[in-house]
Design a protein around this ligand. Structure first.
Ligand code: ATP
Ligand code: MG
Length: 211
């Protein structure tokens, strides 16, 4: 590693994972405020390849679509990086494997795992969660409709970061598309344009390969 790399190597790295189907301003506002509030140098926004906890509950859009929309949405935002690490790894996506790979890439860095309050409530069901709790500091951001008490996160090093409350979800966005309700200002322009061009989330939409 050159001297220049050592000087600029990020010391506090956040991982913000999700299905991002699609990424919306709730995610984007939360992540930039978590990054600022916890003084992180960088946040990897990691697109789940196979979100195994959602797999059987609904159809998930192809990973490359979810990744391309995320990458386009955060283009040029200082500190944010779209990560396809779980897509390249293939198979089911386990956060613990992503944390391990990130520690290998940045051996000097402290790793923070950013989760919304709803995701924080489910952490006990995550793969090897006890081991995961030893490897990261959690950053919990508020999310309308759910709250999580510190006692529920016993065993985790935890920071709570208050972010502007934005009451939207990807589920709501997908319903808006089907019902032809407004998307403006809830998604980035790139995402809205892609949805309109491709028919994503509409019955019978066929998206088979990258553009
Ligand atoms: P879905 O409705 O499909 O579950 P979602 O909007 O919950 O989509 P996910 O990809 O499941 O999005 O969430 C990824 C992460 O982003 C989770 O940690 C979740 O808690 C957080 N998150 C999602 N939406 C918000 C929001 N509006 N405010 C704060 N955090 C959010
Ligand atoms: Mg969700």
């Amino acid at each position: 590693m050159s001297t220049r790399d050592e000087v600029s190597a990020p010391k506090r790295i956040g991982i913000f994972g999700g299905t991002f189907d699609p990424v919306h301003v709730g995610h984007l506002v939360a992540v930039v405020n978590a990054m600022h509030g916890a003084s992180l140098d960088k946040v990897l926004m990691v697109v789940a390849n196979v979100p195994w906890q959602k797999e059987r509950t609904r159809a998930i859009s192809p990973a490359w679509v979810r990744f391309a929309l995320l990458k386009a949405s955060i283009d040029g935002v200082q500190g944010l990086e779209a990560s396809d690490i779980e897509i390249r790894r293939g198979g089911k996506s386990y956060t613990i494997d992503t944390v391990r790979e990130t520690s290998e890439r940045y051996p000097e860095a402290e790793i923070f795992l950013i989760v919304g309050a709803d995701a924080a409530r489910g952490l006990a069901s995550w793969e090897r969660s006890e081991r995961l709790s030893e490897m990261v500091t959690l950053i919990v951001v508020n999310r309308p409709g759910t709250s999580v008490a510190a006692e529920e996160l016993a065993g985790w090093r935890t920071l709570f970061v208050e972010v502007p409350a934005i009451d939207i979800s990807s589920t709501d966005i997908r319903a808006r598309v089907r019902e032809n309700r407004p998307l403006d200002f809830l998604l980035t322009r790139e995402t809205i344009d892609f949805i309109h061009r491709s028919g994503l989330y509409l019955e019978g939409s066929q998206i088979s390969s990258p553009e």
